[in-house]
Write a protein that binds this ligand. Structure first.
Ligand code: AHG
Ligand code: MN
Ligand code: MN
Length: 321
């Protein structure tokens, strides 16, 4: 199985981008090592603060954020970073070629129950200027040069795209290296599986209510087939399932909190996952347009997310038309 750097070189990925992806991968291998020791490494529980989005930070949110920030700052390749756990962007190396955005720890509510969590990242070419601010990060997902996630599961895996399809790597624990094991991830066009937090049902808009109601009717309803439901409560886990065997994942717009157009963050979650899903032959939409075409207006903005098997996403969008 080819090593990560070797495979990226074969794909003729820019040498500095290859190095940068390696820096992220190594840092995630370190986070994985901490997670493996669970309660023994003192990483569980609350950090005692809230992030800018008003969410309680877990110790591991803060630890993984600091680890990534330090690794990226030290690399010399990154002009600035933006993170779910930072109020504003952080400037790094003035002549760095890249901007990196990340959700250092996705699925925080799973940490204390020893369940799936991951790290999601998104990379852009940096603008040609020395002083950067939040506005320099406000570019649509279709400008990403790479995106991926590392899933800290029973085995540690990375999904990665540099715009040449989506690949899966797995961490070979003894060497601390990511090895390629699927160089062309393909999401089946059709599916019988969906993922949604159904406890929010009463808050959804009418089209999503109607779509899910029809899925639940199974073979006695208009879809003529029975569906199964899965919910990991970590986008990284749900999207990994979709990339691995198909499905539709949605965190729709809801009226639970009128200030939030859905729960998931455009820049740290929806864009990188949208890039991975499209490169694997799937679709990734808000309820109106491609996620990757959304023009961001705030680094922490939230968007509705509907992604996965192409034909099923089309059916869902049909209810919104
Ligand atoms: P985070 O842990 O980075 O705040 O993200 C959690 C997100 C996402 O991973 C997941 O799909 C969703 O929140 C789960 O939300 P519910 O609490 O509605 O299950
Ligand atoms: Mn998240
Ligand atoms: Mn997070």
């Amino acid at each position: 199985m080819p090593r990560l750097a070797h495979h990226l070189t074969q794909q003729k990925v820019d040498i500095e981008l290859t190095t940068l992806i390696g820096v992220v991968a190594d840092c995630c291998a370190d986070i994985a090592a901490l997670l493996r020791h669970g309660p023994m490494s003192g990483i569980l529980g609350l950090a005692g603060a809230e992030n800018i989005q008003g969410e309680d930070q877990k110790k591991l949110d803060v630890i993984s954020n600091d680890m990534l920030k330090e690794a990226l700052e030290k690399s010399g390749l990154v002009k600035g970073i933006a993170s779910e756990e930072e109020d504003n962007c952080v400037g790094c190396s003035p002549d760095g070629k890249f901007l990196v955005l990340f959700d250092p720890l996705d699925g925080s509510s799973n940490i204390d129950i020893n369940s799936l969590v991951g790290t999601i990242f998104s990379i852009y070419a940096a603008p040609d200027k020395t002083d950067i601010g939040d506005d320099d990060f406000l570019r649509p997902g279709n400008e990403q040069v790479a995106a991926g996630y590392v899933l800290y599961g029973p085995s540690v895996m990375m999904a990665l795209t540099t715009g040449q399809g989506t690949q899966f790597y797995m961490l070979e624990q003894s060497k601390g290296e990511f090895l390629l094991f699927d160089d062309n991830v393909q999401i089946p066009k059709d599916t019988k599986e969906f993922a949604i937090n159904a406890s929010n049902q009463r808050h959804w808009a009418e089209p999503m209510q109607a779509y899910i109601a029809d899925l639940l009717k199974g073979e006695t309803g208009p879809r003529d087939k029975n569906f199964n439901m899965r919910w990991v409560a970590a986008m990284v886990g749900d999207v990994h399932r979709v990339l691995s065997r198909g499905g539709i994942f949605t965190y729709p717009w809801d009226k639970k909190n009128p200030n939030k157009a859905g729960k998931l963050r455009l820049m740290y979650e929806a864009n990188p996952m949208g890039f991975l899903v499209e490169q694997a032959g799937g679709k990734a939409f808000t309820d109106a347009i491609r996620i990757l075409d959304v023009e961001p207006d705030n680094i922490h903005q939230r968007v509705p997310v509907i992604l996965g098997s192409a034909n099923e996403v089309d059916v869902c969008l049909g209810y919104h038309a």
